[in-house]
Design a binder for this molecule. Structure first.
Ligand code: NAD
Length: 506
């Protein structure tokens, strides 16, 4: 089974002027680690190293937190008028948009994401900044009046230095997803981007400088999770951590943060179900299900990686889905014809391949299953489809985070819901049916933070984003993000002398 081919593009092609050394950005300056430590960064299409990056440790994190703390206590940022902060955020969005093509080129080179999909990520990143700029200008806070006696109101304040820890899938967009609300709320930040994909993050410093973000508000420390990330979580002057990554890492961070009682927002892994009833628009469901699991190379937290199909249309669905999966264009990430590119890193590639081998025993392989013949090097995998996968199979239960999907038949609505909910994760869900009542009934029964009816993941930035069960803790999105990055102080004002029991008068 070979995937469709593309016009050959040299997989080891390096974009012009790619930096060969990436440094931290602390207090407005690019700096190396205090101990000089570095690590190597590879491009997924070739697995050849193209740069070294500064490997931050506790001392570097401490320098970044100190700068961010100073910018918070002494700088103008937290106290600026919302309209002025919004002005900076809008300028950041302009600068991101201006670098759209460059960003996409770097992201594609560093992550293996197809170039057409990387372009969308830059647009989305800009949109995040515009959205939160609008939100803070229009923001109001509650007042509670007790007529004639008391006025109570909410005084919202930025929490302080926010620690932002991000993963390697769509890195720039996910960084913007945290940077935009944290900065909008008036926090200063220390960002620790993923070590597999540090390249696009290196553009933030110039973007923020061009938008006149005050010095010290944004700091970046690169490095290994267990060193730089852990040091950020452990730092006593970082009162809150927003983390996106694997569930196991989330558990470690939760335990470390407990010592300091830090605020935590956790966006973790997923194994989201797509539930297709026999009455659904199968053409639309197949299009969306294919896109939902194979876009972004399947390295997507909300991927619909378990497709549950009602028995009556199961055979037809499997046949049509597998036929389309075989025709998906796997190729060099920078080729505009490519639909699935290279997986991010050889370690991750090996992990995904191990699941493919497991799948051969647990289900029936109907598409893909190996390296495309025309791509002998790099982390390429054919879109892989297993059908007849039982609910206790590991490929049904565990997040694979690659272009691999499990298809399973169901008998009726109750069976569909039971199968959907039979995993530890609860991030997203997708329901396909033309029965209005059943659509809502099933959607509301799926144990997930988000669910889409007759659609793939099309998000409204105002809605809550987050998972339940092993998929996360807390919800961001819209005002919820601002809530996370601010504290709400209740101010109670007496409008007359309130009755007081007089102690010490007897
Ligand atoms: P990961 O957990 O390995 O790493 C994420 C980040 O945490 C990296 O920056 C890493 O350096 C850092 N880190 C690792 N160990 C740490 C530690 N002990 N202390 C502090 N920081 C540490 O995740 P990944 O492999 O980069 O990303 C893929 C995962 O992210 C998948 O599970 C995916 O589902 C999840 N994800 C979730 C969402 C969501 O919104 N729910 C979005 C995107 C990705």
């Amino acid at each position: 089974m070979s995937a469709a081919t593309t016009t050959p593009v040299e997989p080891s092609e390096v974009p012009a002027a790619v930096p060969t050394h990436l440094r931290h950005f602390i207090d407005g300056r690019h700096v190396d680690s205090l101990d000089g430590a570095t690590f190597e960064v590879c491009a997924p299409a070739s697995n050849l190293p193209y740069a070294t990056a500064a490997a931050g440790k506790a001392a570097d994190v401490d320098a970044a937190v100190t700068a961010a703390r100073r910018a918070f206590t002494e700088g103008p940022w937290p106290g600026m008028q919302p309209k002025d902060r919004a002005g900076v955020l809008n300028r950041i969005a302009d600068e991101v948009e201006r670098r759209d093509a460059r960003l996409a080129e770097l992201e594609t080179f560093d992550t293996g994401l197809p170039i057409t999909q990387a372009l969308g990520q830059a647009q989305r990143a800009a949109e995040n900044f515009r959205f939160f700029a609008d939100l803070i200008v229009g923001q109001t806070d509650e007042a509670y009046k007790v007529p004639g006696r008391q006025l109570n109101y909410v005084n919202r304040r930025p929490v302080g230095v926010a620690g932002l820890i991000t993963p390697w899938n769509t890195p720039f967009m996910l960084e913007s997803w945290k940077l935009a609300p944290a900065l909008a709320a008036g926090c200063t930040v220390v960002l620790k981007p993923a070590e597999f994909t540090p390249l696009s993050a290196s553009l933030w410093a110039e973007i923020f400088a061009a938008a006149d973000l005050p010095r010290g508000v944004f700091n970046l420390v690169g490095g290994i999770g267990e060193e730089a990330g852990a040091a950020l979580v452990e730092h006593p002057d970082v009162p809150l951590i927003s983390f996106t990554g694997e569930t196991t890492t989330g558990r470690t961070i939760f335990a470390s943060a407990a010592r300091h009682l830090k605020g935590l927002s956790m966006e973790l892994g997923g194994k989201s179900p797509v539930i297709v009833f026999a009455d659904a628009d199968l053409d639309a469901a197949i299009d969306a299900a294919l896109f939902g699991v194979f876009s972004l190379n399947g390295e997507r937290c909300t991927a619909g990686s378990r497709i549950l199909v009602e028995r009556g249309v199961y055979a037809e669905f499997v046949e049509r889905f597998a036929a389309r999966a075989k025709r998906i264009v796997v190729g060099p990430p920078q080729d505009p014809a490519t639909e699935v590119g290279a997986l991010v890193h050889p370690e991750h590639y090996e992990r995904v391949l191990a699941y493919v081998e497991l799948g051969r025993r647990e289900g029936r392989l109907v598409a893909g299953g190996g390296r495309p013949a025309h791509l002998p090097t790099g982390n390429y995998l054919e879109p892989t489809v297993f059908c007849d996968v039982p609910a206790d199979a590991r490929i049904f239960q565990e997040e694979i985070f690659g272009p691999v999907v499990a298809l399973t038949p169901f008998e009726d609505e109750a069976d569909a819901v039971a199968l959907a909910n039979s995993v530890t994760y609860g991030l997203a869900g997708y329901v396909w049916t033309n029965d209005l009542r059943r659509a809502h009934r099933v959607a509301q029964s799926v144990e997930s933070g988000m669910v889409w009816i007759n659609s793939h993941n099309v998000r409204d930035l105002r809605t809550p984003f987050g998972g339940i069960k092993a998929s996360g803790l807390g919800h961001e999105g819209g005002y919820r993000s601002i809530d996370f990055y601010t504290s709400q102080q209740a101010v109670h004002v007496a409008l007359q002398t309130l009755p007081t029991a007089r102690f010490g008068t007897r």
